[in-house]
Design a protein around this ligand. Structure first.
Ligand code: KG4
Ligand code: ZN
Length: 344
């Protein structure tokens, strides 16, 4: 990364159910990071409760910032990057208020970061980051997107989901299999002991042109299979097979659409990011089948974290000295972003 002057950027992530804080140094890379997951707080409700999320961010954020700055041996950063959206409005406001307040106290610039741009740029934290341009498969609990990334801020949305996000499909399927919340990692674990050919499930949208996804049909097929297994009285014995078959169908669909997008755009490098990017089968199979080089963030930076927000903020600041003071954007399409320096 080229920088006129080295900069230490504090990143804050509070869009959903993880409080993430990190310090990224444009010279030295990631210096320190900390994460507090609220999973246990929400698990009893089977999903994220927005009010509880906001309150817990408020409780955790300052101690985490203090911890990161102490470990980084930095008194005050040169800039603060925070997730301004998309996400839960109360949760976003905690990060936004903190970032803007601290920036005023420290007299430093503040950068509003798009959460999905953070996910997209997370591989920039690794030793061998991808060069622009690249294709990106962004798969999380709220988003499923295939994007042509031509440069920082130049994102063409090639395809998205028509209904559920793929992470949401993992979570809902996990719920059907009595796996609790959040289901993705638990489902992937259960799938390891199952037979992925046991249950015939649809590969949605593969017969249709274009790069859009749809996961509701797959979810319904799983629901019917669960019902049949319960009626047969062998639900417990079938759970792992259903999990493995679902995972394989979801992964096959993502890989087929991604390869199709690579062929159509001519983009060779691929970034896979977002929570579902932590899925082992997806990582292994994509690396095996994708014709170009595949870049991933490390596992812990696939799901929400402060480091991806810090590096995204640093890149935007380094490019054009961009400082932005917007508050929150609950809905914020990624392809409306522009290159650093132009108006948001
Ligand atoms: O990016 P993320 O932490 O939050 C959002 O921005 O949504 O993604 C969370 C999503 C959840 O749906 C979770 O079940 C899914 O990512 N996930 C996984 C795995 N780890 C997390 N899905 C499948 N396999 C995994 N190993
Ligand atoms: Zn996320």
């Amino acid at each position: 990364m080229y920088h006129a002057r080295p900069m230490k950027v504090l990143g804050l992530e509070t869009s959903c159910d993880e409080t993430g804080v990190a310090l990224y140094d444009t010279d030295r890379g990631l210096v320190a990071d900390a994460l507090h997951s609220q999973v246990d707080l929400h698990a009893v409700y089977g999903g994220v409760v927005p009010e509880i999320a906001s309150r817990d961010h408020l409780r955790r954020l300052l101690p985490l910032i203090r911890d990161v700055l102490t470990r980084a041996e930095v008194e005050a950063p040169d800039a603060i990057a925070y997730t301004a959206g998309p996400g839960l409005v109360g949760a976003l406001m905690v990060g936004s208020g903190m970032a803007n307040g601290l920036a005023m106290a420290w007299g430093c610039p503040v950068v509003a970061v798009h959460h999905m741009e953070g996910h997209l740029l997370a591989p920039m934290l690794e030793d061998e980051p991808p060069d622009f341009p690249f294709l990106a498969l962004l798969v999380s609990g709220g988003h499923t997107m295939l994007i042509a990334v031509r440069a920082l801020g130049d994102y063409e949305l090639l395809g998205t989901t028509r209904d559920d996000a793929v992470g949401e499909a993992f979570d809902k399927t996990a719920k059907l299999l009595d796996l609790g919340y959040p289901g993705g990692p638990a489902l992937a674990k259960l799938a390891e002991s199952g037979d992925e050919t046991a249950v015939a499930l649809p590969r949605p949208m593969l017969d249709k042109a274009g790069f859009d996804f749809s996961f509701s049909g797959l979810k319904t097929a799983v629901m019917l299979e669960v019902r049949r297994a319960r009626e047969r009285g062998d639900f417990d014995a079938s759970r792992a097979d259903i999990a493995a078959s679902f995972q394989r169908a979801a992964v096959d669909t993502m890989i087929a659409k991604t390869i199709r997008a690579a062929e159509s755009t001519g983009l060779e490098r691929l970034v896979v990011a977002g929570g579902v990017g932590a899925n082992r089968l997806l990582r292994e199979e994509m690396a095996r089948q994708y014709p170009g080089r595949v870049f991933y963030p490390r596992l812990s930076f696939c799901t929400d974290n402060g480091a991806m927000i810090a590096v995204a903020g640093a890149l935007r600041l380094a490019d054009a000295g961009e400082a932005t003071r917007i508050l929150t954007r609950v809905r914020w399409p990624l392809d409306t972003l522009s290159a650093p320096g132009s108006a948001l």
